[in-house]
Design a binder for this molecule. Sequence first.
Ligand code: AMP
Ligand code: GLY
Length: 416
Amino acid sequence: MKVLIIGGGGREHAIATQFRQSTHVSELFCAPGNAGIAKIATCVPIKATEITDLVQFAKNESMDLVFVAPDDPLALGLVDALESAGIRAFGPSKAAARLEASKSFAKDLMQRYHIPTAEYAVFDAVEPAIAHLNSCELPIVIKADGLALGKGVIIAQTLSEAVATVRDMLESNVFGQAGSRVVIESFLTGPELTVLAFTDGQTVVPMVSSRDHKRAYDHDQGPNTGGMGTIAPGAQLDEATQQLMMETIFQPTIDAMAREGSPFKGVIYFGLMLTPQGPKVIEYNARFGDPEAQVVLPLLETDFVVICNAVIEQNLKSLSIKWSKRAACCVVMASGGYPGPYQTGYPISGLELVKASTVFHAGTRFENDQIVSAGGRVLGVTAIADTLDAAINQAYQDVGKINFKDAHYRHDIGHS
Ligand code: AMP
Ligand code: GLY
């Protein structure tokens, strides 16, 4: 079959690798892709948000499946547009993607269906938000309602910081439209864990868990990023905790979306905190996380196309999905300055020296026959081994072989 992947980061490179390994795929395309994806798929220069052009291309090329990986096209309704044009698409509808695209939608849903999460209130105007802050305990968490590249969450330690954040979002529009509504929620504590799951709208099948490292610098210092590295599994969960998560969070979320008339089909991302009161939802995403996908997918042992078909055909219940028992570590190599301003266009050397790890390309492109940096996150170096320690060591050995000007990475991925 002919498959088109939408997106062009490390996550999409990991997804493309899965499709390449499937016996069902004859031709693989990626829009827009990157220099690494270009080695295993035909890259098409259409941006992930150019909905009309993407649908036209998929139609012209008679794609058998389009896999929509990033949040923006999902929120813009690419899956709906493809389906209306008669093209099979993997991913949630625009209505279902609200679970990620609107934090207030997600919080209201959790409240209505008693899904454990932090206490919260939603505001569109400054004065009532500030009045509410006066009655809150510190620290307090303030979130822009919409998509903000993972940067729309501020943990305020003082009342004045909280008030300034609310003003920044609601008055000064620092996050644009995404910050025209804010969610103010109580501060939770505990280890964080990501659980991705396949769901066909009825059945939900968790993948191997993972753990992201969101801060830019070692020891969780510095600003939040899209993710500087990941490990999988993210925690050793006993049977009882897994069952508790399924019964109080995973299945109730999928059932709630179905009952609300927006069944969720695709990959759902549960961002969890293991609090002393049990697991609670920090956030939902409507897609694979990045770099979470770069450690989870390499551990998948079932044909990816078979899973995509089961999701689309609402047949997940009858499928048994197999996972490797090994461990994975991904270290992200970023451009100096990321998540702030950074330079691109620097030649990347040493890629051919890496043998034991897989190097997923995030922000790279070809320039004069050379691979150069082209984004904030540039590469994800993923190692698989029998133990997590061995995977961490291997990933760092291979990171050491790769060079580009001002490359920046964390040295403590996987050391909690
Ligand atoms: P989010 O984009 O919602 O995942 O938030 C980014 C990060 O902020 C999370 O990974 C947490 O580390 C932190 N965070 C978000 N909400 C809370 C909360 N209610 N309590 C404590 N930390 C939070
Ligand atoms: N790594 C977090 C995310 O993809 O949202």
